[in-house]
Design a protein around this ligand. Sequence first.
Ligand code: ATP
Length: 274
Amino acid sequence: MSTNTINNDLVTENGIVFPSEVMLDLKHLKKVYPTPKGDYTVLEDLNLQIMKEEFVTIIGHSGCGKTTMLSMIAGLNEISGGNISVLGNHIKGPGPDRGVIFQSPSLMPWMTSLQNVLLGVNQVFPHATKSQRNDIAKYYLQKVGLEDAFNKKASELSQGMQQRVGIARAFAIKPKVLLLDEPFGMLDSLTRGELQDILIEIWNKEKITAVMITHDVDEAIFLADRVVMMTSGPKAKIGDILNINFERPRTRKSVLEHNDYYKYRKHLIDFLEH
Ligand SMILES: Nc1ncnc2c1ncn2[C@@H]1O[C@H](COP(=O)(O)OP(=O)(O)OP(=O)(O)O)[C@@H](O)[C@H]1O
């Protein structure tokens, strides 16, 4: 599972090349929450670099601080120490360079799918014409398989369909980094599989950097170029990183039949059990 560096590019065992550019840089990151019993240090001296176009999944025990880290990257949670930069620029709050998909898509229930996606598009592309903005929103809704549901109210959509709108909404603002916090956690396994395929298909096409929290070891392996393991809190940091050297595009069958699959799985489960 070694990697080499050629001209500063990261080359995995299978010859997959990542551009040398660091998209996301977390340096000595620290988070302290004040609590009635005193300060609680969730993260301390957490260091992580994520390269442009990489898909990274994050696993770790419940409560270790995964959401805290992701929400800090999103600019939605104050940084207590250290810093986070996107393409070398320190983040100071939320911005259109980072799109977020939460476990629950929190759509405006009275608005249609199209109107929900347009909310973000209108903010990020204020100078585009109305028809251009509509085209962008419709393009991504089609990509997630909702071409027949543009005008359906969010409240009339199933949970899986609502999450499809959430995915379309996040991609439609054309972020540099996509942050996903257990986006499929509430879905049944069939819908989950369908949405993983949709996510990876759009990600493959758009080539954006993705960071996704999951509790599902198989999902973590199937989607990722690297699986990042966080230690248990308090004072959690990065405990280990596993390179997933499967070629892309991947199918579930090809991944399951790969010789390395059970080796990867064992590595992650051993980490979580110790
Ligand atoms: N606003 C807050 N104030 C105080 N403590 C908090 C706050 N938010 C989170 N915590 C605590 O920080 C720790 C990390 O929480 P966080 O939600 O980041 O963990 P997580 O790894 O994402 O958990 P899970 O896997 O269960 O979603 C937990 O102990 C949590 O109780």
